[in-house]
Each structure stands twice: as structure tokens, then as C-alpha cells.
Design a protein around this ligand. Sequence first.
Ligand code: GLN
Length: 449
Amino acid sequence: VALERIQALEPKLHSFLCVTAERALEQAQQVDAKIAAGEEISILTGIPIGIKDNLCTKGIPTTCASRILENFVPPYESTVTQKLADAGAVMVGKTNLDEFAMGGSTENSAFKLTANPWDLSRVPGGSSGGSAAAVAAGECVVSLGSDTGGSIRQPASFCGVVGMKPTYGLVSRYGLVAFASSLDQIGPFARTVEDAAILLKAIAGYDSKDSTSLKVEIPDYTANLKPELPKGKLRIGVIKETFGEGLDSQVEEAVNKAIKQLKELGAEIQEISCPRFRYGLPSYYIIAPSEASANLARYDGVKYGYRAPDADNLISMYARTRATGFGTEVKRRIMIGTYTLSAGYYDAYYLKAQKIRTLIKEDFEKAFEKVDVLVCPTAPTTAFKAGEKTSDPLSMYLIDLMTIPANLAGLPGISIPCGFDNNGLPIGLQLISNVLREDQLFQVAYAYE
Ligand code: GLN
């Protein structure tokens, strides 16, 4: 069914960079055989899944939507995709993204533009726009994305699906092509909170191949999913600073209505101030490009990927490969990052950004002394028209205002649909919890859903 839908919808949606139909059918047949033989199967057996194309898949191209990796076929498998394959999930293809996950609309892909299934003239959000659109349109049941500054939660909000960024270190990043290593996390997209909880359980857990991986027990995230919240026991804090200027009035209205509903479900609601929240955006746009400039140094035309032809020496080969292989936004970030890390500017920019990061963490720590879960909009607006922000990178960066702080602090966050605007476009509600309290996020999200 998923493959049929892909065939029917892809000409309009372009969620996938590559569809692995043959391999998927083969796997599906194996699943059928298993079931026929009465073998035990897992909850994910036979479930069609889309994988963001910055996750390495052995023998299947992994391009990061970049010319520089156009012909790259990884010789190894990422931990998350291996875990899903072991659980019997069937990958139907690799989904489109902003080049190297840098962007908020999937328009920075070097290969195609993905449309928002709710309105084809609008963007699906980004950078995991392909994964979000594919789930929203039923081209797969669930999918994986990566979130460095909002790239799972924001497209989930724009496409009307559930998207979740786990605690930093909960899910192994082995085989995820690095953008900003101290911020990157892999997480699930699904149509329901329960499906997202099931998928997270399947991909989470310690991995010796990722040095930042946490050694923790993975709970059953579905255990606490009830239609109501324990009366007066769950304290939810509304982040004051995320309301007001810049927030679309229809988004504000829908989020306020959702907060009221959470109260009716049994939560105790209070207002919380995170005064340093708004400095998250400028500090992120120093830290992320700094790390990216270091991580992307490996694409030099020597080891793998694209190599520019007709260079006459090594230096010009490097230069031409990078000049023609990377897109505009990636080059912009490499330049910003190289600048902010260079001698003389390091203290003024990078170090200062790191200090702000610590202050934002403190804001959250204080907040979690008073409440269990924080709530705010996922994005200040609903999906915008394709092309609307492409000539103005700053306006594109501004959409990340509310998602970035959770990445800077390593906290888990989830976006769930909470209504529609007057154009019929979905609106997202964001919940953020303390480190490793994914269980509480799912609990509140499920009760609301
Ligand atoms: N939009 C943000 C950026 O461009 C976030 C990207 C992400 O989370 N991968 O950096």
C-alpha cells in the first residue's frame, strides 16, 4: 500500500530522493513467510518506514541532498536503521532534506523541492521536510528525521504530524552524517503519539560506536499513555517569552486553546519565564556553523563523494570540488563557522555563544524546579509559500526561535498537531521536558491528542 501511494503521490510531493521498492517488496515477502510459519514478530515487523537521507544505509545512496555526496554509497549501516531492520521494519526509501540538514523548508536540497501535502504551493518545513511530508501523506507509516535546531519538530508542525527530538545522547548518532555534533539528534515522525513512542523505544539505547551515547535503561514509553492526566500531579509551565511579537495570531489562539484543554485534562498550569530563551537563536547560529565548518572539512574530493574534474593541482582540486559540490547555504555556514572559530574572533563569538548556551540551560533548570513539562508553540507561523524566504536567510533562521533552545540544552521536545489556521494549514504545539523525561512528554502529548 505504501509503495502504491508513493507511486501515485511522488510526482506531486517529491518527499523521496530514492525509493527502495524492490528491496522493500523482498523484505515484505520475508515478513509474510515469517508470519505464515508462525514465527514471533515484533510490533514494527512489516511497517513501511521512510529514512532521512543523511542516515547511512549500506549499499543504498546517502546523499544528504548534496551534490558533493551525489554518488556516495555507504559501506556501513547507521545504528538506528540497523535496529529498525532487526525489528523487521521495511524501509521504503530515503527522504528529501535541506542540504546537510541546513535549513527550515527543504528548499536547500540540491535535487528537488518537496511540497507540503496540505497545500502543494507551500513548503513542508525542514530540514526533515521529506520525512514529515511522507508520513503526512501516508507514503509511509512512520519515518526518521534529525533535529539540530528544530528539524524534526518544525516540519512536523508544518505537516500536521507528530515529531519528536529525544534527549541528546539517547539515540545513537553512529551513521548520521554530522552537521553540528553537539546538537544533532535522531528522532521519530508518526501520525500518532503512540506510534512515535513505539518508534523511539526501537531506536533508543546505548551504543559503543557513539561516544556521546548515554548508558540508560530505556523505559516502555507506551506504559503511561492514558486519556487523562493524573489530577493536579502534573505541572505544566507556559513559556511566557514565546508569546507576543512575531507570533502569528492564529497560532497563538490555537496554542492557548490547547493549554486550556491540558488544564481540563488535569494538569496544573502556570506561567514560566525563560528570560534568556530569545538569545538561543543568535547563539545557535554561531555554534551550529562553527561545528559544521569543522564537520564538513572532510568533503575534500579525496576520500569519497564528488571530485571536480580538470584541476591542475591538489589545492585547486579541493577548492573546485567544494565550490561546485556545496550549495549556497552550506557555503554560507562554512564561512560563518570558520570566521567565528578563527583566532581573534573565537572569544568574541564562539565563546560568548557557549556562555549563552549555559545561561539557557540554567533557565530550563530553574523552570523544571517548578514544573514537569514546558509548553509553547513549535513555530511562530504555519507553512509558508515556496520561495517566500529563500532570498532572505535571516527570515528563514527566525522560524527556529522556539525549537533551538531545547537543542542547546540537550532536552527532549515533541511537536503535536493542535489545530488549523484559516488557510487549513496545521499548527503545532511544542512540549519540552527535563532530560530523559520522554515518558512525561508522551504522557502529556497522548492525553491531549
Ligand atoms: N533550521 C535550522 C538550521 O537551519 C535547524 C536545522 C536542523 O535542525 N537540522 O540550522
